[in-house]
Ligand binder design. Structure first.
Ligand SMILES: *Cc1c(COP(=O)(O)O)cnc(C)c1O
Length: 407
């Protein structure tokens, strides 16, 4: 994933959206040694490396139990299986999320019920969740998008009232906090991914489930291993979703660095905000903002371009060799495979709008201030080019007042 930052467009070297090499270069030798140990042990699935990682993640997320599995997608599936979600059931989820959040529900024959997001946090709007509740609702599945927790006070309140479990999709938010509580410790089950682009990324696929309940942890362990207990006796139908020892060994090397990496991401986010303000762009661009009481871990730095020029800006940046990404170009309610759910695009107006306005900029440990200046400088160059694209004068959308981050 290392982009070639030597070749120039015009005279600027470019900035990659993500360069994993910078993060792990210093760990190369340690990781190689850990992998060699796994080879020598001959234990390639689960085993001591996985147990060590489960313990490390449980401590980090401040829960009693963590259960490794094959991916973040499987973590979501296993969490829903634990609560016997199936045909006839509904699960309330945001539409503005990665596909796996909803496909875990449909794979079990249940129906995802999409709720809208708040425009300031991109996270589930509790008021809309309340509107989407029905007698068929079996769980609420908030996503902590881009590294910031959803409003768990409000969502837990609704869940308590309706006696529903909350499953946190915390794939992008390891280490994030809401009112002092860690992502993955607030709902009944937290779901994490070690996909390489996450804040704690492996060298392939991997996932983890967190819970404070010993019973749920037992059930998750049973379900991830074909429901087999003891060997070759199956009381329930589970799946094969184990974490392999190589991944765990890599992640055990990286976990002690997660806090410093997170602080680096936070610093990069602050620097972006300062650079945008210095360029006078904080009025043309809506900057991401940590919500009150949140510890944002900045898996992504996502700005909004509310004047219809998002795609033109992205093309301009691509030509300038500046990597960007659109998370996500469509709400899930607009995806072809979910057409049978019968949503109109604007049924979720905030999701619809966000998907047309968002642009993720490079943010990763090792990104330099000079590179950030280049990113913001290019954005300024584009946005200040008066009328250059024949697009009418920007009509700014009204957003709720920004709140100051606590802590
Ligand atoms: C990455 C991600 C997942 C899926 O994780 P995988 O390990 O890729 O299966 C699920 N939900 C969200 C929000 C994610 O970002």
């Amino acid at each position: 994933m290392t982009a070639n930052n030597q070749s120039a467009s015009g005279n600027s070297p470019g900035v990659p959206i993500l360069d994993l090499g910078r993060q792990s270069a210093a760990l190369g030798r340690q990781i190689a040694a850990a992998l060699a140990r796994v080879c020598e042990s001959g234990q390639f699935v689960l085993g001591p490396e996985v147990s060590e990682l489960e313990k490390g993640i449980a401590d980090y997320c401040r829960v009693e139990h963590a259960v490794g599995c094959a991916s973040g997608s499987d973590a979501l599936l296993l969490a829903l299986m634990t609560f016997d979600v199936g045909p006839g059931d509904e699960v309330i989820v945001p539409s503005f999320t990665f596909f796996a959040t909803a496909s875990a529900i449909t794979r079990l024959g249940a129906r995802p019920v999409f709720a809208d997001i708040r425009p300031d946090s991109f996270n589930l709007d509790p008021a809309d969740v309340r509107r989407k509740l029905s007698p068929a609702t079996r769980a609420i599945l908030p996503v902590h998008l881009f590294g910031q927790c959803a409003d768990m006070t409000a969502l837990d309140g609704i869940a308590d009232e309706w006696d529903l479990p909350v499953i946190e999709d915390a794939a992008q938010a390891m280490g994030a906090e809401f009112e002092g509580q860690r992502a993955g410790s607030m709902g009944q089950i937290g779901c994490f991914s070690f996909y390489p682009t996450k804040n704690l990324g492996g060298a392939g696929d991997g996932g983890m489930l967190t819970t404070r309940s010993a019973d749920l942890a037992d059930r998750l362990r049973l379900l991830r291993g074909h429901g087999m207990q003891p060997r070759y006796y199956h009381s329930v139908v589970g799946i094969n979703s184990r974490l392999d020892s190589f991944q765990a060994a890599v992640l055990n090397c990286k976990l002690p660095h997660l806090e410093p990496w997170t602080r680096e991401r936070q610093k990069l986010a602050e620097q972006y905000a300062e650079l945008f303000v210095a360029e006078g762009l904080d009025r043309n661009v809506v900057l991401p903002q940590p919500m009150r009481g949140n510890r944002h871990v900045w898996n992504q730095y996502v700005i909004r371009i509310p004047d219809g020029r998002r795609d033109a800006l992205r093309n301009f940046l691509t030509e300038a060799r500046i990597g960007t990404e659109i998370y996500y170009p469509l709400g899930l309610h607009e995806q072809e495979c979910f057409r049978y759910l019968d949503y109109a695009p604007t049924d979720l107006p905030q999701t619809y709008r966000a998907s047309r306005e968002v642009l993720a900029l490079p943010i990763f440990p090792g990104l330099t201030v000079a590179e950030q200046e280049q990113v913001v400088g290019r954005i300024a160059e584009f946005l200040n080019r008066a009328g250059g694209h024949g697009i009418p004068a920007p009509k700014f959308l009204k957003y709720p007042a920004r709140r100051k981050a606590a802590g």
